[in-house]
Write a protein of this length. Structure first.
Length: 307
């Protein structure tokens, strides 16, 4: 009977595992194999050169500059996105005025607000990039942001934005947060809806304010969701290819101020025809992403709270 159970489990999982191995594991193995070669990607046989591409990577200032920008995004973008997502979700679900028969309520029109917050998720990242590229347009008449600052008398704050080396990366990170925060508002709202209202009501009746309610009840009960969202946002921050490619000056400028590893990989492969070296960058990205995920799961782990 026991053997029959295992045969059923193996038979049930065999096909999904085979598909996963072919379409997920196999490309990773092939990428590592390509990273040990010198190959143009277009013609000629790949010449095996061992780990020379990785040695070249370790001594490349351009790669470390791009990786540093990815790490900055990896730290700041998830924090800002998840913090805003939690704040707006909490306000929508718990921030309403007390009504008859209920101590804790959401704000009126919460469903509409969730739709508004989520709207950027249904827009193509290409369209988002073009929209914000025009918002950041340095022309005081055509650029929406500079036009707005001029209209309210803050001409001194006008800037070239994406053309300013010290501001360009921050401008792109703002767009990343704006484009993703709505997803987490909806996600955290759904998670908060599963928390029994009696817990909130009991805490408020005992004298707790909304600040304590959030940090003592909401956040601990949503921690598993926050942890998963942190990993997901970290993966998005390690990518950032489309935004940087479309919005940055000369793809990664000015002067490499917005360069990221995926863009560096793309240019190395398709502009410079160095597919082996580009594959080495891809493997490095995989290692950094896996390390981030493992560390997040390890150090953000908490005892599970039941309710």
């Amino acid at each position: 009977m026991q053997h029959g159970k295992y045969r059923f489990i193996v038979g049930f999982l065999a096909l999904p595992l085979l598909i996963y191995a072919i379409f997920v594991i196999s490309p990773f193995i092939q990428a590592f194999q390509i990273s040990t070669t010198e190959w143009s990607g277009l013609r000629g046989a790949a010449k095996s050169i061992g780990l020379d591409n990785y040695d070249k990577l370790l001594h490349s200032d351009e790669f470390w500059n791009a990786l540093r920008h990815n790490v900055v995004m990896l730290v700041l973008v998830p924090i800002a996105t998840l913090a805003l997502g939690l704040f707006f979700a909490f306000m929508l679900n718990v921030g309403g005025r007390a009504r008859r028969g209920a101590v804790i309520t959401g704000v009126r029109g919460a469903s509409f607000y969730k739709f508004v917050y989520f709207f950027p998720q249904v827009i193509s990242i290409t369209i988002i990039s073009v929209i914000w590229f025009n918002i950041y347009n340095p022309d005081p008449h055509d650029g929406m942001l500079n036009s707005l600052l001029g209209a309210v008398g803050l001409d001194s704050l006008q800037s070239s934005w994406l053309g300013e080396r010290s501001l360009a990366l921050a401008c792109i990170m703002v767009v990343m947060v704006w484009a993703n925060v709505g997803f987490y508002v909806v996600l955290f709202s759904a998670a908060m809806a599963s928390i029994p209202r009696e817990i909130y009501e009991a805490s408020l009746l005992d004298g707790a304010n909304r600040f304590h309610t959030f940090f003592r009840i909401t956040l601990p009960l949503l921690w598993d969701t926050v942890q998963t969202g942190w990993v997901y946002m970290g993966i998005i921050a390690m990518d950032a290819f489309a935004l940087v490619q479309i919005m940055s000056v000369n793809m990664g400028g000015p002067d490499g101020a917005t360069d990221v590893v995926p863009l560096r990989l793309y240019q190395t492969a398709f502009r410079d025809s160095q597919f082996g070296y580009a594959a080495a960058m891809g493997v490095a990205m995989l290692i950094v992403t896996l390390l981030f995920a493992v560390l997040t799961m390890r150090f953000a782990r908490r005892e599970r709270i039941e309710f």
